[in-house]
Each structure stands twice: as C-alpha cells, then as structure tokens.
Design a protein around this ligand. Sequence first.
Ligand SMILES: NC(=O)c1ccc[n+]([C@@H]2O[C@H](COP(=O)([O-])OP(=O)(O)OC[C@H]3O[C@@H](n4cnc5c(N)ncnc54)[C@H](OP(=O)(O)O)[C@@H]3O)[C@@H](O)[C@H]2O)c1
Length: 245
Amino acid sequence: MSKILILGATSAIAEQFARLYACSENEVLLVARNADSLEEISQDLNVRGYSKTSSISYDFSDVEKATNLIKQCYETLGNIDIVLIAFGTLPDQNEVSLDSNAMHKEILLNYNSIVILLNELANLFEKQKNGTIAVISSVAGDRGRQSNYVYGSAKGGISIFMQGLRNRLAGYNIQILTVKPGFVITPMTDSFEKGLLWVGPDKIARDIKKAINKKKDVLYTPWFWWWIMLIIRFIPEKIFKKMKL
Ligand SMILES: NC(=O)c1ccc[n+]([C@@H]2O[C@H](COP(=O)([O-])OP(=O)(O)OC[C@H]3O[C@@H](n4cnc5c(N)ncnc54)[C@H](OP(=O)(O)O)[C@@H]3O)[C@@H](O)[C@H]2O)c1
C-alpha cells in the first residue's frame, strides 16, 4: 500500500502520474489551486481504482502557509510514501526582463515556494526514515540561456537544492529524485511550435514511476536529453555566449 501526495495535481504530467498508481491498495492526496479541476481529477482517479482520494485547494504562491499545508497533508495521509512536486509556471523571458515585480513572482513560485515545501517535507521524512520525494525541475536548469534564464535559474536552483537534500538524507533510506524533462506537450507549452523532440506527459509520468522503482537520483526524460545536455554543458562559455539559444 502506498500513500501518495501530489503538490500541483492539476499539472498534465502530475495527472498522468497519479493515474499510474491507481489501485485499490493506494491512497492519494491531491493539492492544487483550482477546486473544480481538482474535483474532476479526484473523481476520475476514484473511478480508476484508488482506495481513497482526497484533495486540498491551495495556491502555492502563499509561501507563508506552506508549513500548515504540509501539516494538513500529514494529518490527512498519516504518513507519506511518495511526494511529487509538479506545479510551476513558464514566464515569457522578455516580459519578465522588463518587469522586476513579475520576475520576483516567478522566482517566488518556481523556487522559494518549492524549497520551503521541501524543507518541511525533509524534516518529516527524516523522522519517517523512508519514502520518495520527487520534484519536477527541468533541463532548462542545466545552463542559462537568453531565451529563458529566469525560469532556468529557478529550476537550476531547485536541482542544486535537491542535490544538497539528497546528500543530507543519504543515510535515511529516503529517495530524493530530481526530474529533468525536455520538451513536453502540456498546457504550459501550448503556444510553442512542436517538433521531433516533443513528447506527451504520459511518457514523462511513466519515466518518473520507473525512476522511483529504480531508486534513481536524477532522471532526464526522455533519456536522450542526458546526451543533449551533456553537449550543451560542455560548450565553452566563449562560444556559448555568442549563440542565440
Ligand atoms: N511542459 C514542459 O515542456 C516542461 C518541461 C520541463 C519541466 N516542466 C515542469 O513540469 C511541471 C509540470 O508542468 P506541466 O508541463 O505539466 O504544465 P501544466 O499542465 O501547465 O502544469 C502546471 C501546473 O502548475 C500549476 N500552478 C501554477 N501556478 C500555481 C500556483 N500559484 N498555485 C498552484 N498551482 C499552480 C497549474 O495550476 P492551474 O491549472 O491552476 O494553473 C498547473 O497545474 C512544472 O514544474 C514545469 O516547470 C515542464
């Protein structure tokens, strides 16, 4: 039996992920800000076979309420086997470059709110001495590019924070999984032109489940992004800074 907590449960990737665990032995708690979508997803997951689904409506930009949220999640589930943090926003780089307040909001949501949740969860998991904490970061966090470095810097920060947490909790039988997807067809990328490298959210969800089963630390999904980012990371800065990426 697994107790699963999904923070950002209305994300297309999270929804696919939740479906993969639907069976009469598992229980899921969904947290997201849109109460109507939450209700719809809860009902769908119930039909798919969870023993119990519950939900909490919460806006993750309410950073100061994060401690209470995690307390409420523990009260609902008892203990937690798997947490997936999946919420996020992808700002328009040009817009945030011209508006520092907008940039601040993006950083607050995509970095601050996530690390505060992670801190609360880590302290509880440390007492639990088991379980998986998975966060969806991005390949965009591997190197800063002019087209999305505000988003990329938040994701890069998350990846480093996860690395530190993994190091801290290594002796506690706790998996800290950093998920780095490439291009995924979801509402977040609706306005983007799609090409060969694009995949659906179901592929990412399946890869996350496999990585949890294999107790991986870092997942590039699909797999070829590991190679792409290896090349990107190794391009010398003198050349990289002149590239229009
Ligand atoms: N799509 C990609 O190509 C891609 C690539 C790499 C990484 N990622 C990451 O994957 C994760 C999931 O994104 P996705 O692709 O599945 O896109 P998505 O379907 O658009 O999901 C984004 C989710 O974030 C939620 N959210 C945004 N601001 C929120 C807030 N203040 N409070 C509560 N929820 C909030 C949205 O809720 P609402 O529905 O209420 O707006 C939505 O459920 C994100 O962290 C994203 O950065 C995506």
